[in-house]
Design a binder for this molecule. Structure first.
Ligand code: NAD
Length: 334
């Protein structure tokens, strides 16, 4: 452990997963990172929200910097004295990448390369690149091990695959201590209400229909954000440099099954669902093999899906003050 606590630079720390990581890190949830001093670098795009950091806003160990991960000058300043970079910042919504992939290429690929290059120049001890299972493509049966070739399908997944490989290249070429994590679908509080679960719960609260893609048969593995972030923290502390770690261990459900559970928890029925044309190039199924992180780092998922889902649904039902303004802004922009 570093005296005074390590200095941790968290990119995208005002987003859904990054803010969970920051709140938990400052609360001392990750042994070995106790006492961390945290710098959040976030551009506050539509998906970034200071309200996500409100619970820790007064913490003297937190510094927030509004800025772009593509800004090499700023990144150079922030990397100075940094022990660990946890890189969450990205454009993250597949549908938006289908509409226009420009920001995905810029932020996810060039932004990641900027972070890697400035981390290398500043002798940062460790860099965790947060990737996704979507880089593997789609799998009908079985689960992907980390050595499976990358076969991304959406522009989002392709941009994440490029940044994932760039991160590994900085290890192989320059010796930067990079670890890559590839996680399955996350759910939990503070997720932007464009993503399936918060969209459906908040639409039900507003008496709006639930737009379900295609036949609803696409399968996703749902993991609570808390388990994802614990996995990232484990990799940051104990992962081997240059290695990739899948994170999962959640619950596999078709979108139809997830919708049924949400309807049940909200006291609604299938009449609320409005089937819509399928997403272009929609991946059918994702599934990661988590043998490596479990065996090497002792990772297991802690949050049971039943409990996690119910808590999450209740959180959105009781936090209209958080999502109401976001949905109102999106309606105005439409
Ligand atoms: P999010 O969209 O909620 O948050 C992204 C954050 O990055 C926002 O705060 C945004 O303001 C910030 N950001 C975007 N562009 C930026 C830029 N150019 N400079 C600085 N900040 C910028 O995303 P999320 O769901 O929290 O995902 C975080 C990371 O985890 C992403 O890298 C994503 O690919 C990965 N991931 C997400 C999931 C999931 O289910 N959500 C699963 C696996 C991996």
């Amino acid at each position: 452990m570093i005296p005074g606590g390590p200095r941790v630079l968290v990119t995208g720390g005002a987003g859904f997963i990054g803010s969970h990581f920051v709140r938990e890190l400052l609360a001392g949830a990750y042994p070995g990172l106790d006492g961390a001093r945290v710098v959040v670098l976030d551009k506050l795009t539509y998906a970034g929200n200071m309200a996500n950091l409100a619970p820790v806003a007064g913490d003297p160990r937190l510094t927030f910097v509004r800025g772009d991960i593509c800004d090499a000058k700023l990144a150079t300043e922030l990397m100075r004295g940094t022990d660990l970079v946890v890189h969450f910042a990205a454009e993250s919504h597949v549908d938006r990448s289908i509409e226009d992939a420009h920001h995905f290429a810029r932020t996810n690929v060039l932004g990641t390369q900027t972070m890697l290059r400035t981390a290398l120049a500043a002798d940062v001890r460790r860099f965790v690149h947060v990737s996704t299972d979507e880089v593997y493509g789609s799998i009908d049966e079985g689960s992907w091990p980390e050595y499976h070739p990358l076969e991304p399908n959406s522009p989002y997944a392709a941009s994440k695959a490029a940044s994932d490989l760039m991160a590994l290249a900085f290890h192989r070429t320059h010796g930067l201590e990079v670890c890559v994590t590839r996680c399955s679908n996350n759910y939990g509080p503070y997720q932007y209400p464009e993503k399936l679960l918060p969209l459906f719960v908040t639409n039900l609260a507003d008496g709006l229909p639930l737009p379900l893609y295609g036949d609803g048969g696409n399968v996703r593995e749902w993991l609570h954000v808390d388990d994802h972030c614990r996995g990232v923290a484990l990799v940051a502390q104990k992962g081997r440099a240059g290695e990739i770690y899948n994170i999962g261990g959640g619950t596999e459900l078709t979108n139809r099954e997830l919708t049924e559970r949400v309807l049940g928890l909200c006291g609604a029925d299938w009449s609320a669902v409005r089937p819509v044309a399928d997403r272009k190039g929609h991946d059918r199924r994702y599934s990661v093999d988590i043998g490596k992180i479990s065996d090497e780092l002792g990772y297991t998922a802690h949050v049971s899906f039943e409990e996690g889902l119910e808590r999450t649904v209740r959180w959105y039902q009781t936090h209209r003050d958080w999502w109401g303004p976001l949905k109102a802004r999106d309606r105005q922009a439409a």
